[in-house]
Design a protein around this ligand. Structure first.
Ligand code: SAH
Length: 320
């Protein structure tokens, strides 16, 4: 079994307060992972229930065992959260009054990251994989290997720039394409060494490995992490009861921007162009934004859990 306890849930108290889960209700945890947040939600009130989703079947199996003590108060589903409607159809008993709250804690868990064989980290030599969902065969899936060895230089550069905010995106992309004409790029450390070489020494970042941004970008592409986030949040709001909360934790600026804009859009309601004298779309505000600024981890949390350093929590409340 995986060392499930190695993942420390981020912003735990802030999430529990944000979701107001000291009052009984049914909560949807879209990224149940190792179950840290979910267990705490269930412990907050004896009548709380959680419907949990994760796309990683391996992690979910371990979590199922560690949360078994909560019996029928927890139901876990192997799905992408973008497909949460299918889960809601299946879940029983259904939350008739709507969900009391939704949590989305994005990114990879420490258990996934620290499992060398998954290929998320350049600290260990491993096959270039980076899939969160490994339920399909490697060769039939979009993997880091496929991205690195088959995408055009233009596509690689775009991904590195957009998803990794990597300034040397074109240079790294060119180097990868040149290298793979000799032999395919097989491992995480081969790729990391190549990026190390591609970025001139004087531009190497001081606090992170030069390959960090490119690895993040490839992970986002492999798992299609940003594709439907905003759209999914817009659909999910309709499942929340009035006064219920939506908490989203993002780990990089692109994700956080999507969350911020989506909440602002839902809080505004009307989508008519600004020059329209009156509203013709008839869309009403659906939420109020509780966190004008994102909530960040306190210094003490950042010190004992490095993963929390980049975490940004935003909270919205469903209107009546
Ligand atoms: N809150 C959890 C940790 C979540 S880590 C805890 O306290 O243990 C993020 C999790 O989200 C990972 O397990 C990852 O597999 C999952 N995940 C990421 N993107 C997903 C998606 N699109 N659909 C479902 N799960 C996803």
């Amino acid at each position: 079994m995986l060392p499930i306890s190695s993942h420390i849930p981020v912003l735990l108290n802030e999430v529990l307060d944000g979701l107001r889960c000291d009052k009984p209700g049914v909560f949807l945890d879209c990224t149940v992972g190792c179950g840290g947040h979910t267990a705490a939600i269930l412990e907050q009130h004896a009548e709380n229930r959680v419907i949990g989703i994760d796309c990683d079947a391996v992690v979910l199996d371990s979590t199922r065992q560690s949360l078994a003590k909560f019996g029928s108060r927890i139901a876990l589903y192997h799905h992408r959260f973008e497909e949460f409607e299918d889960v809601m159809k299946e879940a029983s008993p259904k939350p008739m009054a709507g969900l009391a709250g939704i949590l989305v804690d994005l990114g990879v868990s420490s258990v996934q990251f620290d499992d060398a064989a998954r290929g998320f980290s350049f600290q260990h030599t491993a096959r270039l994989d980076m899939r969160m969902d490994t339920s399909q065969p490697f060769d039939d899936s979009l993997t880091a290997y496929m991205v690195v060895n088959t995408y055009s230089a233009e596509d690689l550069a775009r991904i590195f720039y957009e998803y990794g905010e990597e300034r040397h995106s074109r240079r790294i992309a060119r180097m990868i394409v040149a290298a793979r004409t000799q032999a395919s790029i097989e491992t995480t450390t081969d790729l990391a060494d190549m990026i190390f070489q591609a970025i001139p020494r004087r531009f190497h970042p001081k606090t992170i490995h030069p390959a960090t941004r490119v690895f993040q970008a490839i992970r986002i592409e492999v798992n299609q992490e940003l594709r439907q986030l905003g759209d999914t949040l817009e659909r999910a709001v309709h499942y929340v009861q009035p006064g219920g909360r939506i908490c989203v934790i993002a780990f990089h600026s692109l994700e956080d921007r999507i969350v911020k804009r989506t909440f602002a859009k839902l809080a505004k309601g009307c989508q008519c162009p600004p020059n329209f004298p009156q509203c013709v779309c008839g869309k009403l505000p659906l939420v109020t934004v509780i966190s004008r600024k994102p909530i960040m981890a306190a210094i003490e949390e950042q010190q004992h859990n490095p993963r929390s350093r980049s975490a940004k929590l935003r909270i919205a409340e469903k209107l009546a």
